[in-house]
Design a protein around this ligand. Structure first.
Ligand code: DAH
Length: 346
């Protein structure tokens, strides 16, 4: 057979193949079509038997034409099958998914209610010029008690109240007041700091958690008097509980302040009439405070004739419970139940 004719026929067969490929709708049909051309008895296969009759000098050219034709066929088979799979996938997605539905937003975290309240409180004090100070949760007995003027036989020093690491030496701080001592030792005068942080006590019932949060405040300068204490704390309480909240300063005792006070706000639920929340007193205690005891100042090397100061401490949980109605147990803040925490997304 004339080599030219063979090559022409080959081209024709290839075109035919590609054309009928378009009409196949299943993979099996495509494979059958491929066999009808490429198997030994197939159209290309049969034509190939004529290769033996071609002049040896021209065999190479014709052989290459066969290779090319087979390549074209195999390649278009692969493409056709890929196309089928893709169309099947699209059809499946169109039938099963409504692409116009809104997506599911990834769950986003938010601040814990105690953090929110802590930041709010600290913001009020920083706006009045207070710096934020920190101290370690593992404290020395010296800073937690001795330098704060606690007598040796004070009940807080008892194993029953304090979580000691090494009795008489190291402990989990029971209040934020040791940061007063650290701040006075570390900073130049005047010292004006607030210290938010976790504190620990041997307490565990519906109204007490063994770990809770406090914010301590301290201002030491020349000429500081009780009026400054009152002004700063009233400003703080108005900002947190509203301008119309009533406040009350009651004489009290703390080893590290003299005189000492406890500061109450009028019950925000019953407005002073008396209810369960305020134990029928009409008032709710928010802060401990006082003028820094001269012994404490002298203990950190500050001349108490020249300098004076005030200090205060408050429980963050208490403020949070008052700001968010209906929180029945302080424990809710520490259980991290998402159903509870979800309320505080903002
Ligand atoms: N440290 C006290 C406590 O944990 C709170 C406190 C009271 C801090 C009076 C003070 C203060 O700075 O002046 O109960």
């Amino acid at each position: 057979m004339d080599p030219k004719e063979i090559i022409e026929q080959l081209q024709l067969l290839t075109q035919q193949f590609v054309a009928s490929l378009q009409n196949q709708s299943t993979e099996q049909a495509i494979r059958d079509l491929q066999a009808a051309y490429l198997s030994k008895k197939g159209k290309v296969g049969e034509l190939q038997t004529s290769l033996g009759q071609v002049e040896p000098s021209q065999r190479k050219e014709v052989g290459q034409a066969f290779n090319k034709a087979k390549q074209t066929i195999v390649q278009s088979v692969t493409e056709a099958i890929d196309g089928l799979v893709k169309r099947a996938e699209e059809a499946y997605l169109n039938a099963h998914f409504d692409v116009t539905l809104p997506g599911r937003a990834p769950a986003q975290g938010h601040m814990h209610p105690l953090s929110i309240v802590m930041y709010d409180i600290v913001d009020v004090f920083t706006s009045m010029g207070f710096d934020v100070a920190q101290g370690p949760e593992i404290e020395t007995d010296e800073y937690n008690f001795a330098k704060l003027n606690f007598p040796d036989d004070h009940p807080a020093r008892d194993m029953q109240d304090t979580l000691f690491i090494e009795e008489g030496k190291t402990l989990l701080r029971t209040h934020m007041s040791p940061v007063q001592i650290r701040s006075m030792l570390e900073r130049p005068l005047p010292v004006q700091v607030v210290a938010p942080g976790a504190v620990f006590r041997r307490d565990d019932d519906p109204t007490h958690s063994p770990m809770f949060f406090q914010i301590e405040g301290l201002l030491v300068d020349k000429g500081i008097h009780f009026g400054h204490l009152k002004g700063v704390l009233n400003t703080f309480l108005y900002q947190i509980f509203g301008e119309d909240v009533q406040t009350r300063f009651r004489p009290s005792f703390f080893p590290f302040t003299e005189p000492s006070v406890e500061v109450d706000i009028q019950c925000i639920y019953c407005k002073g009439k008396g209810c369960r929340l305020c134990s029928q007193t009409g008032w709710i205690e928010i802060l401990g405070a006082g003028m820094v005891d001269p012994n404490v100042l002298e203990g950190v090397g500050i001349d108490s004739e020249m300098y004076s100061g005030f200090a205060f401490g408050l429980g963050v949980d208490r403020v949070a419970m008052l700001k968010y109605e209906g929180i029945t147990s302080i424990k809710l803040f520490y259980e991290n139940d998402p159903r509870f925490l979800e309320r505080f997304r903002r």
